[in-house]
Design a protein. Structure first.
Length: 194
């Protein structure tokens, strides 16, 4: 069997308050996107682990910021999903405060993976997220998720469209069912962290 891109991964900590955000010890990659877009699934597959990050068919499962220590030298940071209609206003504000604190303060954040469902047109909430990241000059790339659920033709159209929206950012297709895409995503991430 081919050597995996990342060998070792363990759960590190869940953070729910801005003051508990982990001090910059290791290079970090953060994963952000709408609730249910596939953040935890991407993390698990890229790290060749089945159940490291919690996966759920119920949106809004990842409530705090989850840190995973990878190969004892990188942090993978799973941010709670946004846009879940059932969240109360208080919860949304709490989310916003936590995420904004993380994204603006974390000194070791090398790259952000913004996940967008390949099946949908760009949604206002994703556009807002992307513009916010651009405004704060945080580097990000886009992973178009769940590409196994659309045709090759629709996928090509989606990639083209997102590249037009975000000409200065990498746009990648991703599916937990495609080993090649998992590997290329892992290699891309490793390059940024190393
Ligand atoms: N077919 C298919 N299903 C996927 C893919 N990625 C994720 N899913 C499914 O989508 C659902 C949500 O996946 P999660 O990884 O939990 O999504 P999340 O973004 O972490 O969700 P929150 O933590 O709630 O924000 C699960 O049922 C996954 O099995 C994919 O590439 N293909
Ligand atoms: Mg999750």
């Amino acid at each position: 069997m081919a050597t995996p891109v990342f060998q070792d991964a363990e759960f590190y900590i869940t953070v729910t308050k801005p003051e508990d955000i982990v001090k910059p010890v290791y290079p970090e990659i953060a994963f952000i996107g709408r609730s249910n877009v596939g953040k935890s699934s991407l993390i698990n597959t890229v790290l060749s682990r089945k159940n490291l990050a919690r996966i759920s068919s119920t949106p809004g499962k990842t409530r705090g910021i989850n840190y995973y220590l990878v190969d004892r030298k990188y942090f993978f940071v799973d941010l709670p999903g946004y846009g879940f209609a059932k969240f109360s206003k208080t919860e949304r504000l709490k989310w916003q405060n936590l995420i904004e604190s993380y994204l603006t303060q974390s000194k070791n954040l090398r790259i952000i993976c913004l996940l967008i469902d390949s099946r949908h047109d760009l949604m206002e909430i994703d556009l807002q997220m992307a513009r916010w990241l651009q405004y704060h000059e945080r580097p990000f790339f886009i992973a178009l998720t769940k590409t196994d659920k659309i045709s090759k033709n629709d996928l090509n159209k989606a990639i083209k469209k997102y590249k037009e929206y975000f000409p200065d950012h990498h746009v990648f297709p991703f599916s937990i069912k495609d080993k090649k895409l998992i590997k290329s995503t892992a290699l891309f991430i490793k390059k940024f962290l190393s």
